[in-house]
Write a protein that binds this ligand. Structure first.
Ligand code: TRP
Length: 457
């Protein structure tokens, strides 16, 4: 059955839609806590370098594969080379792992929004507020359920278009608000020390772990190595310039992540009195520090309410696109109705997400290398599955369909591909070697073997 694919009407439309998928909790919640944990400026620098080399090349490859074939991941890889059908399937497994725990955190955001709107800003600034909340049983489960239900309803009713319109208004407001909160945080006493920590790299901090974390974040934040960008590419018109679109999406995504770090990290310094251990709060960082900032701010209750509402929207648009991807995988594969697939995916996410939600309370005895269930899910998707998918994508493009076929696709619009050399070298050599080392390190680490140490990298 050959369906005519609808297209994005303009380049801006394409860039905004792809950015809408890319910008989400990854930028506002995940990036700042990783940067805080892994050396601030060091992490930032490594992230930026990886974004313009690695992220750029991989995103070009994925979007070009989609546009060339006009298919989403499962079909696209298979069509270009039968032997690589498995890659589409592997890529599709990533959103299935991410979506459930993404919704758990979405639930935390909804909870904070309701706390703020009902005047609880002051209470939420207490030191153990967050830890008490997530170590509960039914409360976090309930919020997770609410977030999941809203997402599922929207995907079921197919009203994403309306949501997208709303989020196009909300996104710019989020950026402005983030700036306002950053300026406020930066002018607190002790914040400058935090700013220095955030932007000044220390070469002595560079470690395999930091690079691994930055790489995982890059995939996550840009929705790479999971077939999403292949699907977006399949909707892109040939007369939209691929290379400059990719640059814009990257700039947008990285810009928002940078701002979110600017909003949170200096504030951590200011409110912890320079206590560095506050930086390693991990996934809870946004929920622990920001309420303190809001509590000390004039109109903090109102600003916090708006802030969590905006974050909720950013999370919701990403969650919708995650769920939509999973739903269409099952529909294509098993010919299910939209309703059936939606219900199945929602129940699956509920079952898979519940342990992540309970992992800080009743299930806190489950831990692996110091990671909670949610961290394990995050680790499996970002540090194991995505590097594997990215590795095979590079090999596939570099040695099977050849980089030239991708370059030709990029050049279709006006004959130009400025960074073609960079792209070719990255995809064929640098990225695969790098990815292999990263995999060794993450899988080895999980098995208790420090490969990188052994190789003295
Ligand atoms: N990139 C999104 C973020 O930064 C998260 C995400 C990962 C995502 N994979 C996705 C969103 C697939 C939509 C579709 O939060």
């Amino acid at each position: 059955m050959q369906q005519k694919r609808s297209n994005f009407s303009s380049k801006l439309g394409f860039v905004l839609a792809a950015s809408g998928s890319a910008v989400g909790l990854g930028n506002i919640w995940r990036f700042p806590y990783l940067a805080a944990k892994y050396g601030g400026g060091t992490f930032l620098l490594i992230y930026l370098i990886l974004a313009v080399t690695f992220g750029f090349s991989l995103m070009i490859a994925e979007i070009a594969i989609g546009r060339k074939t006009g298919l989403s991941a499962i079909g696209a890889f298979k069509m270009l080379d039968k032997r690589f059908g498995f890659l589409g399937i592997l890529a599709s497994a990533v959103p299935i792992v991410i979506f459930p725990y993404y919704s758990v955190i979405g639930g935390w955001v909804v909870k904070y929004f309701t706390v703020f709107i009902s005047g609880g800003a002051g209470a939420s600034a207490a030191d153990d507020y967050f830890s008490t909340f997530i170590s509960g049983t039914f409360e976090p489960l309930g919020w997770f359920f609410i977030f999941l239900a809203v997402t599922a309803l929207i995907v079921l009713c197919g009203v994403e278009k309306g949501i997208e319109k709303v989020s196009k208004i909300m996104m710019p407001i989020l950026v402005v608000l983030t700036l306002v909160i950053s300026v406020y945080g930066l002018t607190r006493e002790g914040a400058m020390e935090g700013l220095v920590y955030y932007i000044k790299p220390h070469m002595s901090d560079v470690s395999a772990k930091t690079i691994l974390a930055a790489m995982g974040q890059l995939f996550y934040s840009m929705s790479l190595a999971m077939g999403i960008m292949v699907t977006y590419g399949s909707y892109m018109k040939k007369d939209n310039h691929l290379e400059s679109s990719v640059r814009q999406i990257e700039l947008f995504d990285t810009g928002i992540a940078f701002l979110a770090g600017l909003m949170i990290i200096p504030a951590v310094f200011a409110f912890s009195g320079g206590d560095e251990s506050a930086l390693s709060a991990g996934p809870g960082l946004m929920f622990i520090t920001l309420p303190k900032v809001f509590a000390s701010m004039k109109l903090g209750g109102a600003i916090g309410t708006i802030f969590f509402l905006l974050v909720f929207f950013a999370a919701l648009t990403s969650a919708i696109s995650l769920m939509e991807t999973i739903v269409s995988i099952f529909r294509d594969k098993f010919n299910w109705s939209r309703k059936g697939a939606c219900i199945f995916v929602a129940v699956l996410a509920l079952i898979m997400g519940a342990p992540s939600s309970l992992g800080f309370g009743p299930l806190s005895f489950i831990s692996w290398m110091g990671m909670s269930v949610l961290d394990i899910m995050d680790f499996v998707s970002n540090s194991v599955l995505m590097p594997i998918v990215a590795f095979f994508t590079c090999i596939f493009v570099g040695f099977f369909i050849k980089t030239k076929s991708i370059s030709d696709e990029v050049r279709v619009t006006d004959g130009k591909f400025k960074a073609e050399k960079l792209f070719t070298v990255m995809i064929k050599w640098v990225a695969p070697i790098f990815l292999l080392l990263i995999l060794l390190s993450s899988v080895g680490g999980a098995l208790g073997i420090d490969f990188l140490q052994a190789l003295s990298v």
